[in-house]
Design a protein around this ligand. Structure first.
Ligand SMILES: CC(C)(COP(=O)(O)OP(=O)(O)OC[C@H]1O[C@@H](n2cnc3c(N)ncnc32)[C@H](O)[C@@H]1OP(=O)(O)O)[C@@H](O)C(=O)NCCC(=O)NCCS
Length: 135
């Protein structure tokens, strides 16, 4: 059975926490206690869920400003499923849905080792961005 992709697909806190802990090796305590479902539902433009026979294997959150800008957050694929094109599909669907919602720009920030994935595979143009550590 092929991996399925769903925009604003249903999910549980426990399964996103599990995937997040695996993808981002050292989660903060706050991250593991996050109440994902209302946060996504009330504040995101949407999110993409990838499932393999029911199991959550990929996820990306699409935050937005309600108008022209959307941002990818927490792009993640389970270790066992990486390198099979799921990440690219997640980003493609996020991009398509953001465009459909009227957004003009899709942003992502990433470290050097992910440039190939975001720029060559997903089509992001490199740009300057800034960051301030608040904690
Ligand atoms: C980044 C991530 C989402 C990519 O998902 P994926 O399903 O493995 O991606 P795809 O299979 O669509 O990969 C497509 C390409 O990107 C490359 N790629 C994927 N992850 C990469 C990584 N971490 N470093 C370098 N290249 C990577 C693959 O080699 C592949 O290249 P190719 O087509 O030239 O062979 C996944 O590696 C992941 O969950 N990483 C941990 C969490 C993370 O760092 N997220 C990004 C936050 S900014």
């Amino acid at each position: 059975m092929p991996v399925t992709y769903e925009w604003r697909g249903p999910l549980s806190n426990a399964e996103v926490d599990r995937l997040h802990a695996e993808a981002f090796a050292a989660p903060t305590p706050a991250a593991t206690e996050r109440d994902w479902v209302p946060q996504l539902d009330q504040h995101s433009l949407g999110w993409v869920v990838a499932r393999d026979v029911g199991t959550l294997v990929g996820f990306v959150n699409v935050a937005w400003d309600g108008l022209a800008h959307a941002w990818l957050i927490d792009t993640m694929v389970s270790k066992a499923h990486r390198g099979t094109g799921i990440g690219r599909e997640l980003v493609q669907m996020a991009c398509h849905r953001a465009k459909e919602a009227g957004c003009q720009w899709l942003h992502a920030d990433y470290e050097d080792d992910l440039r190939h994935f975001y720029e060559d595979v997903c089509g992001f143009a490199p740009t300057h961005a800034g960051l301030i550590a608040l904690a």
